[in-house]
Design a protein around this ligand. Structure first.
Ligand code: GTP
Ligand code: MG
Length: 278
């Protein structure tokens, strides 16, 4: 029987959700990964534009803010486990609005409750890391001078991400008296190629976003942090990358596994979730 893996793929605008979805699908279609497509995928429309742009060596557009679509891909892994992967694509503003408006649309609540696995995409390169308690020594906080209300009202990117997880956990009504095993949490540090680092993904997250990392580790039994470069390099919307056009987009992209090993199979984060049972 096919286990259903409904992925709650959470990421704000511009973190790389659409390009990862398209590259993942392309790998499945040309069989360039350990996962196999075992039946007909549905709702591929969400990714067809992205797929044709990538084939030409171009990047695709921002997903409109009001769009939410789910594509269903029947897959199996090398040990014969089956799953139906429900992969969403949507405009990332929706995620930002959840926190900003403190209101959860009913459709998002259902998604949270029904999801089996949570994947959070964070693009560290575009994270603003303001000075806060976690980035400077304590003594530099005193004395308090001018209090700038315009700045004070706005959460830092890091605080907003913690707030988001907090809201999702509350919605799903988990008992947090013990670290969670289900849903599993995978954090993908997207556009890894931009970071130019050799650090382990979890170490990088811990040093760049210590408050988020501490929150995650105290609420999940075994969170996984993986570096993801779905494209391997920056692409332009109009100026085609010849290597892509010649070799095909499936020749590009990699993940950096928790132990630091680089692997070109960008479906590995999902294989891990499948191997862990349902
Ligand atoms: N360098 C690099 N750029 C990437 C990578 N993945 C995506 N990008 C770029 O990042 C930008 C955002 O990617 P999208 O996939 O459109 O992001 P999104 O999360 O779908 O954004 P919304 O649709 O606005 O929610 C695009 O300009 C991509 O070309 C990557 O692995 N490396
Ligand atoms: Mg998108």
């Amino acid at each position: 029987m096919a286990a259903q893996h409904t992925i709650l793929l959470v990421g704000e605008s511009n973190v790389g959700k659409t390009h990862y979805g398209a590259q993942f699908l392309k790998r499945l279609m040309v069989k360039a990964c350990a996962l196999k497509m075992t039946g007909a995928p549905t709702n591929l429309e969400a990714f067809t534009t992205a797929l044709s742009c990538l084939t030409e060596g171009k990047s695709t557009d921002h997903t409109p803010a009001d769009i939410y679509v789910e594509s269903v891909w029947p897959i199996s892994d090398e040990s014969g486990r089956y799953a139906e992967l429900v992969w969403p694509d949507y405009g990332g503003e929706q995620v930002r609005n959840l926190v900003a408006q403190r209101r959860i649309p009913a459709a998002w609540r259902d998604r949270v409750v029904e999801s089996t696995d949570w994947i959070l995409l964070i693009r560290l390169h575009s994270f603003r890391s303001e000075e806060d308690l976690f980035s400077r020594p304590l003594q530099s906080f005193a004395p308090v001078e001018a209090y700038d209300e315009t700045v004070a009202d706005e959460l830092s990117d890091q605080a907003r991400t913690v707030e988001l997880l907090q809201m999702l956990l509350y919605l799903a009504q988990f008992h947090l008296d013990r670290p969670l095993r289900k849903p599993r949490l995978t954090i993908l540090l997207s556009c890894w190629d931009e970071l130019g680092t050799t650090e382990l993904p979890a170490d990088l997250l811990a040093s760049r976003l210590p408050m988020l990392w501490s929150f995650v580790r105290s609420n999940w039994a075994s969170p996984t942090v993986i570096g993801l470069s779905a494209l391997e390099r920056a692409l332009d919307k109009t100026d085609a990358d010849q290597d892509y056009a010649i070799r095909g987009p499936e020749e590009f992209g990699y993940v950096v596994l928790p132990n630091g090993e680089k692997n070109t199979d960008i479906t590995l984060p999902i294989q891990y979730l499948m191997a862990d049972g349902t």
